[in-house]
Design a protein around this ligand. Sequence first.
Ligand code: AVI
Length: 321
Amino acid sequence: MSNTLQKLQDLEPSAEEFRAAVLGGLGAPAKTLPCKFFYDAEGSRLFDKICELPEYYPTRTECHILESYAGEIAKHIGRRARLVEFGSGAGIKIRLLLSALERPAAYVPVDISRLHLLAAASSLARDFPRLSIAPICADYTTPFALPPADGARTTVGFFPGSTIGNFTTDEAKTFLTTARALLGAGSAMIVGVDLRKDASILVPAYDDAAGVTQAFNLNLLRRINRELGGTFKLDQFVHTARWNDAAGRMEMHLVSRCAQTVEIGGESFTFADGEAIHTENSHKYTIAQFQDLARSAGYAPKAVWTDEASLFSVHLLTDAG
Ligand code: AVI
């Protein structure tokens, strides 16, 4: 392991937080589970597989945009930048930026999945031996502090993958506002945002023929069984993906195949036949809608890059002061 890889700052969410979220979500009149808990080791592995599916266009389209415009993005950012990535995952997209930047000063990957984070940080440290890497294991929607910005000229947030779409619009505004405060005065932010498009492209992206997204969705129930002593029978739930036009979002649900009762750590939850657990929203924005959202959070939209088919967008925002 390279000595440019700093000690992990570990703020991984506790089992108690997971338990409270699950009991609260399944106890509500319309059952929900927070999508941030998809990403245990198996969920992270399945998500990496989703990113390679032919139907799931966001990852390859965003990578194509980043590859095509990395030089332009690097010019906007300038030399000796410190990059802070929210939800760094496998750390593939950051390589495209780091390779184009002039003498990047540091990289701070922030991710909820500790094993995934450490593996990605070690691999990056091997490939960028002069880069200081300071991993933080945390839920980036909760407060955490950045390490000192030794020698960096500027700090730039990186939030790719359209993960911003997994928030409600209010949550997205709160996230951007909090991130702007964390990154500091004069900072910038690069955000990947999936664009609104026809449901005939969106639905298969969230319900692929190989069943990987189905396994990803159902893995949340497996995680509840393993970590909270749940009794979910996975074959008694069906994965569904729907486009909600009024809300401008894809939704994932797990629908009960029959009337049944599930126990979780001593509590019982009843399901009617056909009752759904809403597990994820994935909002899709127009460019103008997202720029308005960014302005409402104190950012000035500086530039936006898209692919030829206008499937996906990458926005550069700067602190409006
Ligand atoms: C992480 N996030 C942006 C993905 C999305 O597209 O909303 C998660 C995902 N859910 C199903 N497929 C991928």
